[in-house]
Design a protein. Structure first.
Length: 193
């Protein structure tokens, strides 16, 4: 996002972009354009951003540390797993295939296919429906404020794993659990759920 926006003459900072973490690309681009009073062809730049993001992700395969082990733990205990993302389906499909984790997911819900995206709860409600589970029986794992709001608005329990910059923010109190690392989700933690 930084590189692309800087290329369009929008000198947005990492801290300013951090406010949009978890949001779909169109609102992020609209925010940057309005913040710096620089007009953008939002739809065109959003497609560029998605293409660039997919390319970079497929090259780097940047899974959060502990993701594969956590997915394996959940699968061993017959816990159904879904993705509830604001990203377009083709991006999600490419990423899970490239990272070798596609088989862990019973369902993938894309907010890009719904009328509303995060922080609206629609994508989480769609994921629960796709799994055949009541929302109140689901747990969402997130790393951003808008996505945490989405989980809670769907009447689900929420685990947040914030990045180091945001870890001590007060708004994480809305979550049911705040963890420093994904691998804190272990058998003892699952027993607490």
């Amino acid at each position: 996002e930084l590189d692309l926006l800087h290329g369009y003459g929008i000198p947005i900072t990492e801290q300013e972009l951090a406010r949009t973490r978890g949001m779909p690309s169109v609102p992020v681009l609209r925010y940057a354009s309005e913040l710096y009073q620089k007009p953008l062809d939002i739809e065109k730049v959003a497609q560029e951003l998605l293409d660039l993001a997919i390319s970079n992700i497929l090259k780097a395969k940047p899974l959060m540390q502990g993701v594969t082990e956590t997915l394996e733990l959940l699968a061993r205990h017959d816990i159904k797993i879904a993705i509830a993302s604001a990203s377009p389906r083709y991006m999600l499909d490419n990423i899970v295939q490239s990272c070798g984790i596609a088989d862990y997911f019973s369902y993938i819900a894309s907010g890009a296919e719904l009328a509303y995206s995060k922080p609206h709860p629609a994508v989480y409600l769609q994921a629960a429906k796709g799994l055949g589970i009541e929302p109140a029986e689901c747990v969402g794992i997130e790393d951003s404020k808008p996505c945490m709001i989405s989980v809670k608005a769907a009447s689900m329990s929420c685990i947040v794993i914030p990045n180091e910059l945001d870890f001590h923010e007060n708004y994480w109190a809305l979550a049911d659990f705040k963890l420093a690392k994904m691998n804190e989700i272990n058998l003892q933690f699952l027993a607490r759920l």
